[in-house]
Design a protein around this ligand. Structure first.
Ligand code: EPU
Length: 440
């Protein structure tokens, strides 16, 4: 029944496309950074916490955002999405508490609906998201956190079935084997906002995307203190109201263009990014000899004449982001000397390395550590994107490689980078988007 009414039929699998990149051009000019995907997705989930109208601005036009809108529509939320203006209006007057597998498997962040649906309806059934190419991505901490607030949770037939008579504030520790969890913190925060009494979230994710979610929720009438730090205090309120919010800029998109400037020996002005969210990326680029200047809301990056090798260890914010790891591998592959990457968030997130090796990169993998020996040149070849950030790393490598690189399966890229081919062309890159002849 829902299926017929809802938006699931409007969510289409992306057409298989590839990018053809003729590398070797130093990128120059100005790029404007879009709204943050990973801030937008939980904020859209949070709109379910109120029956009132919410307006979300600076929404990036991305496949993941459209997937989230499809799920919201399916559960009964009225959604108006003006893709050109980057504005989404929602009104969640009547919602059902079921998020089915077919929609959730397309976009993991839909697990963020668990907390708000439980808080609003006292009962919900959300599909487990399933496997992910970047590694094992359990949701045990989400479940633990919601159970601490009083939810009874049963996993059955691939679904998380959650119910409660009421949610009651308490202390909740959100640290797992790999540190804090971003979407887990979001889920507990959203449930705690409508719980009875005070919740203290310890080992909370400090990512700017969580801070943005808390700012939005406080505009809705929530009482959240400490967002952006490891300890958050949430005083529950009986209900939340509508709000108008502008999403923060995407720090990973900005970081990707910073690396593009360094790798191609170019000079790019990055506008609209938040430099304070990019400290770890800036620090590593500077360590390698890349020039990074910050002036009046602009980050200007120009490739250093000579670069030095450097080491990166991924960590929760404010450490070096795992979502910038593949892009750094591309830079290291053309940086003289031996650079080392240690992946501490997703130990297996190295699918891009074997594809970079096809372009001539000298890479070796030992457990969760990549050893990258800089080469003098990469040479273009067909490569296959395996996930969003791996795709970004391959595009960057292709921009610096001699000759033509075809990056196949770029639907991954379109999940998280708004109009990336157009933005790269504006900087002088030769990038063409074409349909893949062979979808195999
Ligand atoms: N983890 C657990 N148990 C849990 C949850 C997480 O062990 O219950 C582990 C994960 O397996 C991982 C670590 O904790 O080893 C961190 O995972 P986290 O939960 O923080 O990741 P996430 O919330 O699922 C978000 C971003 C990812 C980004 C990670 C890490 C969104 C929508 N996604 O995922 O973004 O890589 O945080 O910063 O915010 C991307 O944009 O390409 C992307 C994958």
């Amino acid at each position: 029944m829902r299926q017929e009414q809802g938006g699931s039929r409007s969510y289409k699998e992306a057409v298989m496309e590839k990018l053809i990149i003729s590398g070797g051009t130093a990128l120059r000019g100005t790029v404007h950074i879009s709204g943050s995907k990973n801030a937008c997705l939980p904020i859209l989930a949070a709109t379910v916490l109120t029956p009132d109208k919410c307006t979300i601005r600076n929404v990036p036009d991305l496949a993941d955002v459209r997937a989230m809108c499809a799920i919201l529509k399916w559960i009964g939320v009225q959604v108006k999405h003006d893709r050109k203006a980057g504005v989404i209006e929602t009104k969640a007057e009547n919602v059902v508490g079921v998020a089915p597998y077919d929609l959730v498997r397309k976009m993991r962040a839909s697990v963020c609906l668990l907390g708000p649906l439980l808080a609003r309806l006292r009962s919900c059934k959300v599909s487990m998201p399933g496997g992910c190419i970047i590694g094992n991505r359990p949701i045990d901490q989400h479940i633990k956190g919601l159970m601490r607030l009083g939810a009874e949770i049963v996993m059955e037939a691939g679904y998380v079935n959650a119910r409660c008579t009421e949610l009651v504030g308490t202390d909740v520790f959100m640290g797992g084997r790999f540190g804090s969890t971003v979407t887990g913190t979001a889920n507990v925060l959203m449930a705690a906002a409508l719980a009875k009494g005070v919740t203290i979230i310890e080992c909370a994710a400090c990512e700017p995307e969580i801070e943005d979610l808390a700012i939005f929720m406080n505009k809705m009438g929530a009482h959240i203190k400490g967002a952006g730090s490891p300890t958050m205090e949430v005083e529950g309120v009986p209900e939340l109201h509508g709000a108008d919010h502008t999403i923060i800029p995407d720090r990973i998109e900005a970081g990707t263009f910073m690396v593009a400037a360094a790798l191609t020996g170019g000079d790019i002005e990055i506008k609209g990014a938040c430099a304070t969210h990019l400290g770890a990326v800036r620090d590593k680029l500077e360590e390698s000899g890349v020039n990074v200047q910050r002036t009046n809301g602009t980050i200007r990056v120009s490739g250093g004449a000579t670069r030095r090798p450097f080491d990166v260890t991924t960590m929760p914010y404010p450490g070096f982001p795992t979502d910038m790891q593949a892009q750094m591998c591309a830079l290291m592959s053309l940086t003289p000397g031996i650079s080392v990457v240690t992946e501490k968030i997703y130990p297996n997130r190295f699918m891009h390395l074997s594809e970079m090796a096809r372009l001539g990169a000298d890479v070796a993998l030992e457990s969760n550590t990549a050893i990258i020996k800089g080469v003098n040149r990469l040479s273009g070849a067909p490569v296959m994107a395996s996930d969003l950030r791996a795709s970004a790393g391959l595009v960057l490598a292709g921009l610096a490689a001699e000759g033509e690189t075809d990056v196949k399966r770029i639907y991954h890229l379109d999940r998280g980078y708004e109009h990336i081919d157009q933005k790269l062309r504006n900087l002088g890159a030769s990038v063409e988007r074409v349909e893949e002849e062979d979808n195999g």
